[in-house]
Design a protein around this ligand. Structure first.
Ligand code: UD1
Length: 419
């Protein structure tokens, strides 16, 4: 079993390079299924989740090659086998369900295991299925599997009750090769959605925005091979921004798009952090007095739920009362008991956490309960007295490549140990 041990750090210094966005890379890899030609994805880090989806494509008989040196991921789905049934990998990672839209679009058939549950909520898929049905697919469920079939998908108008990221992506990919035009209303608007759209358009798709939360997809006959570099990870960048804030430090964060970070920057500014644009990145200066803040997680451009645990770690160290309301997932406060073990003062009232900032956290044994919760515990460990030992770090590896190396470069005393 591996743990990350982090020691109290007085100050961070230096620069950190941000990797490509996990939440862009996963749907884009699924999107490679749509095209029978070679696709090159640049600057992809082999995160645990990326390994799962590439293994899934290999199981389906796509050719997948990865270079640790160039970080190029090359995928050719010419020989992909639509009759292959997948099970374990889909259960392992919910985002695997994103292969259903492209498989249905290209072959008119897809049978996969129902995605498993997840710590942060039940995460149903009915919005994905509503979209497929509207495009003319037949859906059958039973024995833990879900099967979608269609002779030919036909464009339609689809309204999503909630702007689900995954459902928007799956429906976009299902519609790309459909006959006619599909309009998704109340679609998700995350930067990663637009990265997927740019990727598909480069391949020859015809997709554009039609105003607030409206995405229009005009079906095309076929797609061709391309090279694409996914956008940088705004959540990884946000995690390091909080690291600067919580340690009262100034660091440079390279390779980010400030516009994508706006909800996070605005909230950190409210807390007293100064963020300035620099060539090829931003400077985050957390050396000023901090103020409390209230946060409500919302679909983009609201405050991202994937930054909620990290902000909770920060607010736990700022004197005064802060409120965090989680509206996207029903069970995303699993990190609260762990932060309490470290001396934080947090009470949960339904979907709201009331945080009384304390003067000092103390290091102890804690467990990552999900990916971002794990990151939050490392952040808390940066300022906790003594040593914080974070367990269940496989959650962290799902979305951060070599997180300890990046922190070490900033001057943190942090190591990964096998127990
Ligand atoms: C994606 C991100 C995840 C992020 C989340 C919200 C990826 C790989 N993951 O997850 O990091 O936390 O967006 O920004 O991109 N819902 C339904 N029915 C559905 C689909 C979703 O009720 O059919 C609900 C979910 O239970 C959840 C909410 O909608 O409460 C948001 O889910 P969704 O936007 O679909 O998130 P994911 O795509 O799973």
């Amino acid at each position: 079993m591996e743990k990350i041990i982090v020691k109290e750090t007085k100050e961070l210094k230096g620069e950190v390079d941000i990797s490509s966005a996990k939440n862009s890379v996963l749907p884009i890899i699924a999107g490679c299924i749509l095209c029978p030609e070679k696709i090159v994805l640049k600057n992809v880090k082999m995160l645990e989740d990326v390994q799962v989806i590439t293994s899934l494509l290999r199981e389906l008989n796509s050719e997948v090659e990865y270079s640790e040196i160039t970080n190029d991921l090359v995928i050719n789905s010419y020989n992909i086998n639509p009759l292959e049934e997948t099970n374990e990998l889909v259960r392992k990672m919910r985002a695997s369900f994103l292969i259903m839209g492209p498989m249905l679009a290209r072959f008119g058939r897809c049978k996969i295991s129902l995605p498993g549950g997840c710590n942060i909520g039940s995460r149903p898929i009915e919005l994905h299925l509503k979209g497929f049905k509207a495009l003319g697919a037949n859906i059958k469920q039973g024995h833990g599997y879900i099967e979608a079939t269609a002779k030919k998908l036909i464009g339609n108008r689809i309204y999503l009750d909630f702007p689900s990221v995954g459902a928007t992506e799956n429906i976009i990919m299902a519609s790309v090769l459909a006959k006619g035009t599909t309009i998704i209303e109340n679609a998700a608007d995350e930067p990663e959605i637009w990265d997927l759209i740019n990727f598909l358009n480069k391949m020859g798709a015809d997709i554009y925005g039609g105003g607030a939360r409206k995405i229009i997809i005009k079906g095309v006959q076929n797609l061709h091979g391309i090279t694409h570099q996914p956008i940088y990870d705004r959540i990884e960048a946000g995690t390091f921004m909080v690291a600067a804030a919580i340690t009262n430090s100034m660091i440079k964060i390279n390779d980010v798009n400030e516009e994508h970070l706006m909800p996070i920057i605005e909230k950190l500014k409210e807390c007293g952090v100064v963020v300035t644009e620099e060539e090829n990145g931003i400077i985050v200066d957390g050396r000023y007095d901090k103020s409390t803040a209230d946060i409500k997680t919302l679909p983009h451009p609201g405050f991202p739920t994937d930054m909620q645990p990290q902000m909770m770690a920060l607010l736990s160290t700022i004197k005064g009362t802060s409120l965090i309301t989680e509206t996207v997932f029903e069970n995303r406060f699993m990190h609260v008991p762990e932060l309490l073990r470290m001396g934080a003062n947090i009470k949960i009232d339904g979907r709201t956490a009331v945080i009384e900032g304390c003067t000092k956290l103390t290091g102890c044994d804690v467990n990552s309960t999900d990916l971002r919760a794990g990151a939050a515990l490392i952040l808390a460990g940066l300022v906790a007295e003594g040593e914080t030992r974070v367990g269940e770090i496989h959650h962290i590896d799902r979305g951060y490549k070599n997180i300890e190396e990046k922190f070490r470069k900033l001057g943190v005393n942090i190591e990964r140990v096998t127990i």
